[in-house]
Design a protein around this ligand. Structure first.
Ligand SMILES: Cc1cc2nc3c(=O)[nH]c(=O)nc-3n(C[C@H](O)[C@H](O)[C@H](O)COP(=O)(O)OP(=O)(O)OC[C@H]3O[C@@H](n4cnc5c(N)ncnc54)[C@H](O)[C@@H]3O)c2cc1C
Length: 419
């Protein structure tokens, strides 16, 4: 093995968290090497951004790289269940900050981010895989294997793992632990949507709930140029029972949701069906000697509120300044300065995910007698401002969601006469 390549910071993975950390550090003159196993552009799931992302993209100097792209404007989320429809406009929110963002085809979005990081001075090696790791407070090192099967080692002063579902360091250091969330399965594809309905709001992600099966839900994420991403999420057994292959299963479920069935009447799939399952994951700890875990390489919850890229960027923008300070000789307490504050926002999303699957959040969202100030607080979290402790639905999410859902069930059963 050829050996002793060195750098200040090695980053595993060139997705959003890796690119954001790389750009931030490289702009400050720090030597950054990003190691990416795939060739870009490459498909990735995770296409609906939250407005909070814009703050992070700006902070690492990548907003311009994305702003010049042809991405679909997004100002909120709409929800549908049977004949009900509720739309949340992220501009009406409690927390300060941007209220709009984009829905993006990740192949293009991720390429723009990593190109931006390169322009900032980071060097990037594609088609090179990280296969082994030795933790060390001052000199952690990686074993890399390139496309020709050549092996070499890379020694760094700090390693950031941004390997997403690869979960490289979680596996290699034994930090991986299962998520306490149920294992679910997602089937998805891209379509030419050919939607000609004048009421359809292209500026929002549309999330549908199956009319009968609680726990099965859909996304319709419009892109620019008449394309869109569609998917269904549910437990594996129910999805599998719906057809002989994933194509049949996905379309069976899409046709079962009345609004999507109508909207997608003329849709044409433009890529093979994708499947991801058991994607929720966790780790014992988000850091160790000489390394920290970013984005999905640490904890991933669930796709329902499109929080993945937001958490990925947030983790990168928390870790990068700490790495800079550690390299400058400062002692960093990664637990109190990185892990705990990052996990607080993830915990907020977690409460919302739990409330989605146990039915409280749908009850809140579809309740038509909403107090505007409370709706703004919910809107803020769904817009990604899950770290804003001023928001009572962040500071005390569980209690607030619980009592609001109780109040909503009273209101809606009164309003509909259900019992
Ligand atoms: C069904 C589904 C739908 C989703 N929808 C949304 C959504 O609408 N909005 C949203 O924000 N999030 C969504 N997500 C989550 C989103 O996909 C992720 O949270 C996001 O991509 C995480 O970014 P990242 O930078 O952590 O990792 P990634 O984007 O996964 O990037 C990791 C990179 O690391 C590379 N890598 C892996 N292993 C190695 C290795 N050994 N060596 C070198 N490189 C390696 C990979 O090739 C990859 O390019 C969804 C997730 C699922 C499962």
């Amino acid at each position: 093995m050829k050996t002793h390549d060195t750098t200040d910071v090695a980053i595993i993975g060139a997705g959003p968290s890796g690119a954001a950390a790389a750009a931030w550090l490289a702009r400050r003159g720090i030597n950054v090497r990003v190691i990416e196993r795939q060739r870009f552009p490459r498909f990735s799931i995770g296409e609906s951004l939250l407005p909070q992302c814009m703050v992070h993209l700006e902070a690492c100097g990548l907003l311009d790289a994305v702003q010049t792209g042809d991405f679909q404007f997004k100002n909120g989320a709409a929800f549908t269940w049977r004949d009900r429809y509720a739309a949340i406009d992220f501009r009406d929110k409690f927390s300060p900050g941007p209220g709009t963002t984009w829905q993006v085809e990740r192949a293009d979005f991720d390429q723009r981010l990593i190109d931006g990081a390169r322009q900032a001075g980071a060097s990037v090696e594609f088609e090179t895989q990280v296969e082994a790791f030795v933790a060390d407070h001052d000199r952690p090192s990686l074993t890399l294997v390139d496309a020709n099967g050549e092996q070499r080692s890379l020694q760094a002063r700090f390693v950031l793992d941004a390997s997403g579902y690869g979960r490289v360091l979680a596996r290699l250091t034994g930090l991986a632990r299962p998520s306490t969330l149920e294992s679910r399965c997602a089937l998805f594809t891209h379509i030419e949507d050919r939607i000609d309905c004048s009421h359809y709001d292209r500026d929002k992600i549309l999330i549908g709930l199956h009319p009968e099966h609680s726990g099965i839900w859909y996304w319709l994420i419009p892109f620019s140029q008449g394309r869109a991403s569609v998917g269904v999420v549910g437990d594996r057994a129910t999805l599998e029972a719906a057809g002989v292959d994933d194509n049949e299963r996905l379309w069976h479920f899409l046709h079962a949701e009345p609004r999507l069935n109508k909207l997608l009447a003329n849709a044409k799939a433009i890529r093979d069906i994708g499947r991801l399952e058991g994607y929720s994951a966790d780790v014992e700890q988000l850091h160790g000697p000489g390394f920290a875990l970013l984005g999905n390489a640490g904890e991933f919850l669930d796709p329902v509120f499109s929080s993945g890229v937001t958490i990925a960027l947030d983790s990168a923008l928390r870790a990068a300044p700490l790495v800079e300070r550690q390299l400058a000789g400062e002692k960093i307490d990664w637990d109190s300065q990185f892990e705990q504050p990052l996990r607080r926002g993830i915990a907020t999303f977690r409460e919302f995910v739990d409330a989605w699957y146990d039915g409280r959040l749908p009850r809140i969202i579809f309740n038509d007698q909403q107090i505007p100030r409370i709706r703004e607080m919910i809107s803020s979290v769904l817009a990604g401002y899950a770290w804003d402790e001023e928001n009572p639905f962040v500071a005390a999410s569980r209690r607030r969601l619980h009592s609001l859902a109780e109040a909503c069930s009273d209101i809606s059963s009164h309003a509909t006469g259900e019992g």
